[in-house]
Design a protein. Sequence first.
Length: 468
Amino acid sequence: MRRLVIAVSPGELRGAIADGSSLVDFRLVRTVGRSAIGDVFLGRVVRLLPALRAALVDIGQERPAFLSADDAAPRHGLAELTEGASVVAQVKRDARADKAAAVTLRPRLQGRLLDWTPARPGVVAEEVGREFRERVAARIADLLRPGEGVRLLARAADAAPEASAAAVGAMRARWAAIEERRARAVPPACLEALPPLAGMLEALVDDALDEVLVDDPMVLAETRTWLAREHPPIAVRVSLHRGPGGVFEAAGVAESVAGLLELRVGLPGGGRLTLEPTAAATLIDVDSGTLAGERTGGEDALLAMNLSAAAALARQIRLRGLAGALVVDFIALRQRAHRERLLDAFRAALEAEVSDAQLLGWTRLGHVELTRPRRRAPLHEIVFERTAHGCYAKTALTVALEALAMVERRVAAEPAAAPELRLHPAVAAILAAEAAPAVQALESRIGRKIPVLAEPGRARDTVDIVSR
């Protein structure tokens, strides 16, 4: 049975596609402190930086967003921009502690079958299988008006003609609504920001779902309404999870979901993948474990471990939303035929899991490079941040939302409890500011205030709940 499982906790929605007990896809979205990637703004150019081939654009955030010449208007770059000009900009990278957000003037509205590319007219069908590409591209081209553009996604190959027409119509309506808001707006202004639940459903729902299981009545109603509008046959397959355990436990994917927060992934035979996100690229090391010290297996055993790692890595790229530049250090293989076989297997695994990835091949250092368009914030950027010592630690927002989830579970188990949170001052500050809507929603749901006590000497990732 293929099911979409949605778990709701204060400030967060987690969605998983489970096929039996296998985790097929996953999304974590936040309703507070949410990522702005994909949001469309009417911005104002505040400064041109010719030496950097860039510009700064005010989109209403604390710092102006960074616009590189490569993300400016096609063929013209920054030549047509002037300081003070209004531009339609889409966020492609969230602001971080040391960097402003990055934007592009080539917006792409994401859909289930296709992306809408108004700055690039025509049809791009690179992600569609070669055997279907020409036919599907021609069918979509017949639906487009002059100046409209789409990028077809892999699942467009299996879509019925009426589904393709509906997808084009929906995207055309979205872009028309953006243009209408633009005509009335004064920069900086947000022109489109999809609600978190809608964005999750748009990414995960397909016609192959047998069931949708949700653990919150309000989100259940919103999910059913969205499905009735976008996927009517599936709307009748939605149900509320009931039972003592969590919804992920009931679906058999709780352990797999928890494993996505680890930067090491075990492989059959004792090997492992180690993921190391950096500012420039995500580095992945394949470790053979004890296999490297065994003489009996030889290069055939190392090839087998690499093939297993390639399949596992393709799935991890999908589940974690890894994108941008990725560099893989497979176990060294001496024979060229083995390296070619590994590359072919990795390419096939990527096509099955993340069809938008582009495999570039071997480098002179013996690594494999690939790139993938950045469509959303990867999981590690949502949950973690890099410390001054180069390690990864949960952000204060992550700890704050985990603390609220702990309170919710405590009250569910002990309805008469009056829990007080004791945590680090930075986490307490987040609860009073960025996460305040989640706090208020939880207090309304449990019918009592949640006292918060900041303790300066406490480690930031620790939380205590004291019943008063």
